[in-house]
Write a protein that binds this ligand. Structure first.
Ligand code: HPA
Ligand code: ZN
Length: 326
């Protein structure tokens, strides 16, 4: 209908996307075959059946297993290029993508393999697809802070091409306070700071992300709405929330998309954005997240346009470059 056409036509930025979460079942099979990696799946249907979970940890278990088929720089290049090509079709003009270096170094790949392949694809994206980028390296919060420090040291030769650090993986039991020192070190290196907070974790974790990690943007942040003072603070600070509606539905952060707080977030004056998180696992890329959310919660034309605007004003781009898209 009309709103779908508007969504398709609007230039958008994606600010919450894990590259490893764009690994489609077909690609998983292809990379496994190409690299001779043993996987516990015989058919595409087996993989599709495994891409099924109802909470963050169940998802993460299959997500880490899935990424084990990624072995070479070419694999990371091809994965990233396929994502960029896919979202170019959704009229995405700028991406700020995450990757999980520790998901790869933990299983023996050199740090340079994933980042080398990813950056090759990202650097070609402007000419190939008209897409600009920022790259954000995430620390896995279920691992010790010491390991995050080691990852930051491994990233040193690449720091002019890494724009920020993030925090992802199992949230409950691994509060932001665990990573206060490594975030301070990243800040001193001039990196932007983001963290997943308030997806499954309580509002306290969002406070910690703000007060201790001093983040520039909140990934998810849904549970902030449980605390009025926190909500007011996020609004007053003008912090962007990178919200992921189909992810929230898949991981049962909401039981029904009709219950999604997106419309409420906008009404509260929060700078919310729509993103796909791990589209191969959660069933939809950017425009599908927009379309399904718009339909489920009844977003207006104005709200959809506001969301697209928020995606650029929330991006780590100079104002002049943001303005080019508004
Ligand atoms: N939450 C936490 N960690 C993640 C996610 C997520 O949605 N996706 C990939 N790693
Ligand atoms: Zn995420």
């Amino acid at each position: 209908d009309d709103l779908d056409a508007l969504i398709a036509a609007l230039p958008k930025a994606e600010l919450h996307l894990h590259l490893e979460g764009s690994l489609e079942p077909e690609q998983l099979m292809m990379f496994a075959e190409r690299n001779g990696v043993d996987i516990p799946f015989k058919t595409l249907e087996d993989v599709r059946a495994a891409y099924d979970f109802s909470n963050l940890q169940d998802f993460l278990d299959i997500y880490y297993q899935g990424m084990s088929v990624l072995q070479t720089e070419a694999d990371f290049h091809d994965l990233t290029d396929a994502y960029l090509k896919r979202v170019a079709a959704d009229n995405v003009r700028h991406v700020e993508v995450f990757f999980d270096p520790q998901g790869h170094t933990e299983r023996g790949l050199p740090f340079d393999v994933p980042i080398g392949g990813i950056l090759k694809a990202l650097d070609a994206a402007e000419e190939k697809y008209g897409i600009t980028y920022r790259l954000i390296m995430c620390f896995l919060r279920h691992l010790p802070e010491e390991d995050a420090f080691e990852t930051l040291a491994q990233a040193e030769p690449w720091l002019d091409r890494i724009h920020g650090v993030g925090l992802d993986s199992s949230e409950v039991g691994h509060p932001p306070s665990k990573f206060e020192r490594v975030f301070a070190a990243a800040r001193e290196k001039g990196l932007k700071l983001v963290a997943h907070a308030g997806e499954e974790g309580p509002p306290d974790y969002v406070y910690e992300a703000l007060d201790l990690l001093k983040i520039d943007r909140i990934d998810h942040g849904n549970r902030s709405l449980e605390d009025d003072a926190l909500t007011a603070r996020i609004r007053e600070a003008g912090l962007t929330l990178t919200v992921c509606p189909l992810s929230n539905l898949s991981l049962c952060v909401v039981d029904d998309l009709k219950d999604h707080p997106m419309k409420k977030m906008l009404a509260l004056g929060l700078k919310a954005t729509i993103n796909s998180d791990d589209p191969a696992y959660f069933g939809g890329y950017m425009n599908q997240n927009f379309r399904e959310t718009a339909k489920a919660v009844g977003l207006t034309r104005e709200e959809i346009i506001q969301l697209a605007k928020n995606s650029f004003t929330g991006a780590f781009l100079p104002e002049a470059e943001q303005a080019r898209h508004l």
